[in-house]
Structures are given as structure tokens and as C-alpha cells.
Write a protein that binds this ligand. Structure first.
Ligand code: NAG
Ligand code: NAG
Length: 382
């Protein structure tokens, strides 16, 4: 009876701890005075209920890329000063942001709090390309009177995109947006010439060269761990071995799994090639420096671009001392020997200590916030 109650109290405690780093609300946004431009603007970060800006000092394309990725806005086009997007009202909160480029969110990057030297005239900004899209440039060899450009996918008879050129325009941008796996294939364009009225086409050019588009479907990886069976959930005994496994589907050639360990004093990264859908990182001798939150991410490197999944849920691991006297059998005997009242008191104390130990400093909570499980589609041009 008492042991069941202990289990329940522990469960309540674990749930409370998980709530601490759930991320319901966004923590990064782009602010732009032009309505409808979601993917460019002044970078703003949230601290509690307050939004503030980021100092431009130390702001580089790698940092900006993390913002574009976090907001599902594609890639960096430019990093203009934030003052270009209008003056901010709040405080300048961060300076010297340093992202490695693998982060899925800006608040996972290293940075300093602002020391009051930066002003709003130095706010960081970014222009991202917008959601994932492919832009095909189609060029006619010489100027024709009125022409339409058409984008074809090999094997499909009707054009996917048709666009009329402006007078004297010889090149148009044919855009394929909201990419899906079904968009993978070979593409070419051609143009049609119209008579003076511009109604029915009077002739078609031959097809251009073909361009192959590969679409990758990258899911958030799963994470779990194994250790000696006698250890309590979430705990590993000091000196014992434990394995952390990352897993995802589908698989792509040249991919790797990265395992990030987030500790109060920094982040440790491990990487292994993703030769199978699940890859195990083995830690043969658990020590206190193995303690923290573990996250997996899946990375596909192609010639031109890197594709990175969202991070898995953070997996907390604590290292526990070997305690020869307090074997599970002894604990069980002790617990069943106590009276109900005594047990309740002890349980409350245990639960409190456990909670205090697991809800680590706010630094850790910030770093290990859970990200929404999501799928995103990326593409590469071959
Ligand atoms: C494009 O894909 C087709 C078939 O899918 C293949 O035959 C062709 O070699 C590819 N071209 C390039 C440039 O990769
Ligand atoms: C960890 O993985 C290795 C090899 O994959 C295996 O031999 C070992 O038993 C595993 N350890 C645990 C604690 O599961």
C-alpha cells in the first residue's frame, strides 16, 4: 500500500517537472511594420511575458539561419540591421549570440545578457527566404512579342506553373511552393508564343534542360535509454553503463545522429553516422558529468546543404551513487514496516527532495524546453 502511494507521489512529481520545460508559447519572433511579411523583421525574444531585442554585435548568418529555421521560414537572404524594420519598444535583452548552426531554436544558442551598451539602433534583424519553395529561372533565348512560360514535371502532361512574361521580359521565376514528397522529380520549362491578341498560343519552344529535385522528409527523432535493470526510471548508477538510442525514419545516405547533452554549465555533443534507423550511443562508465538532458537530432549533409531535424524530447538522466545497504529488498522491508502516518511523512519529504533535485536551475529549464513534434520537408537540387 505505502509503496503504491510512493509511486504515485513520484509520478506527480515527474509530471510537474516535465511541465517546467514544455514550450507552448513561442520564444522567438520577427517583427516587421509591413503586414504579411512573416519571414523578415527585427529579431525579438521573449523573457517571461516581456519581448525584447537582440544586439547586432556578434550577429552573423549562422545565428540568423537558426531563426529562419525555427520559424519555418527557409534560409537567410540578408541580415540587415533591425532598425530597418522600425524601432522596438522593449529592452535589448541579448548580445553576442553564438549559434553553431545545428540548433533548432535561437534560445538553444550561447549568448550573453545585454550589458546596457547596446541600444535599439543596433537591433539584429533577418530576412529569410520564406517557407520551403523552389524557384526555377526560365529564360527565352531572344525576345518574342507575348510569351507564357510553363514549368513541366517529367511524366506529367499539363504544366504545373504557367506565367506570362511582362513586355520585353526574357526571364521569369517559376515558383513551386508548399513542397511535398510528390514534388520529387525532373523539371524543365518551355515557352509559348502568342499572337498579337495574346489569346491562343501560336507556337511552343522545345523543352529546356531538366533539373532534378530531391525532396527529403525529415521527422523528429525518438530518444530512449537502457541501463542496468535495477536502476529507477530516469536514473543510472555511477560506474554502470548506459545506452542512449536515437531513432528515425525514413533514412537518407550520408546522415548522422547527433546527441546533445545539456548541462547547467554547457552542452556536449556526440555524433554517429546513421547507418541504421536506430543508433545507440554507449556510455560505459556513468559519472556525474553524464548527468543532464539528452536530445537527439538527425542531420543529412548533401553537397549543397545541410538538413537538420527538430530536436527530440529532452531525456533527463541523473546519476545515482551505488548504495550497498539500501538494496531494493531492504528498502521494500523498511517501507512495509513503517506505519501509515510515518510513511506519509517520509513520502512527502522524499517527494520534495526529489522535486528540488530534478527541477534544476532555470538555465537548464530554458535549454531543455520540449519542442513540438513536427515534420518538415526540405529539398535539394541535384
Ligand atoms: C535526373 O533523374 C533522372 C531519372 O530520375 C536520371 O536519369 C538523370 O540522370 C538525373 N539527372 C541528373 C543530372 O542527376
Ligand atoms: C549497450 O549496448 C551495447 C552494444 O550495443 C550492449 O552490449 C550493452 O549490453 C548495452 N548496455 C545496456 C546497459 O543496455
Amino acid at each position: 500500500m505505502s509503496r503504491i502511494l510512493l509511486g504515485l507521489v513520484m509520478l506527480g512529481c515527474t509530471v510537474a517537472v516535465e511541465d517546467v520545460h514544455a514550450c507552448d508559447d513561442p520564444i522567438t519572433r520577427l517583427v516587421n511594420e509591413k503586414p504579411g511579411e512573416r519571414c523578415s523583421g527585427r529579431v525579438e525574444v521573449r523573457h517571461g511575458h516581456q519581448w525584447g531585442t537582440v544586439c547586432q554585435r556578434g550577429w552573423d548568418p549562422e545565428d540568423a539561419a537558426v531563426v529562419c529555421r525555427e520559424l519555418d521560414c527557409g534560409f537567410v537572404l540578408d541580415i540587415p540591421g533591425g532598425a530597418r524594420f522600425g524601432r522596438a519598444g522593449g529592452e535589448v535583452l541579448w548580445r553576442n549570440v553564438k549559434c553553431s548552426g545545428d540548433e533548432f531554436a535561437l534560445d538553444l544558442c550561447e549568448r550573453f545578457l545585454n550589458d546596457d551598451v547596446c541600444t535599439h539602433s543596433e537591433d539584429a534583424g533577418v530576412e529569410c527566404t520564406g517557407g520551403e519553395a523552389v524557384h526555377f529561372k526560365c529564360t527565352a533565348p531572344y525576345w518574342q512579342s507575348i510569351i507564357d512560360f510553363h514549368l513541366y514535371k517529367r511524366g506529367v502532361d499539363t504544366p504545373l506553373v504557367t506565367q506570362r512574361a511582362d513586355p520585353r521580359q526574357m526571364t521569369v521565376d517559376l515558383t513551386l511552393s508548399d513542397l511535398e514528397i510528390s514534388h520529387q522529380g525532373s523539371y524543365s520549362c518551355l515557352y509559348s508564343i502568342h499572337n498579337k491578341l495574346g489569346n491562343s498560343p501560336s507556337g511552343y519552344s522545345p523543352h529546356s534542360n531538366f533539373i532534378n529535385i530531391t525532396v527529403l522528409e525529415i521527422h523528429t527523432p525518438q530518444i530512449w535509454y537502457n541501463t542496468s535493470p535495477e536502476a529507477r526510471p530516469g536514473w543510472v548508477t555511477r560506474g554502470h553503463s548506459f545506452n542512449v538510442t536515437c531513432s528515425t525514419q525514413p533514412q537518407y545516405p550520408g546522415a548522422s545522429f547527433q546527441l546533445r547533452l545539456i548541462k547547467p554549465n554547457g552542452t556536449v555533443r556526440h555524433s554517429l553516422p546513421a547507418l541504421t534507423p536506430s543508433v545507440t550511443f554507449t556510455f560505459s562508465n556513468a559519472q556525474s558529468n553524464n548527468e543532464g538532458y539528452y536530445c537527439c537530432l538527425y542531420k543529412v549533409q548533401t553537397g549543397e546543404r545541410n538538413f537538420i531535424s527538430r530536436e527530440s524530447q529532452p531525456l533527463p538522466i541523473s546519476i545515482r551513487e551505488v548504495d550497498p545497504v539500501m538494496s531494493p529488498v531492504v528498502i521494500s522491508l523498511l517501507v512495509s514496516g513503517l506505519t501509515f502516518v510515518l510513511a506519509t511523512c517520509a513520502i512527502l519529504i522524499v517527494a520534495k527532495v526529489y522535486c528540488n533535485r530534478v527541477s534544476k536551475p532555470t538555465e537548464l529549464e530554458r535549454e531543455s524546453r520540449t519542442c513540438v513534434d513536427n515534420t518538415y520537408i526540405a529539398l535539394t537540387v541535384k
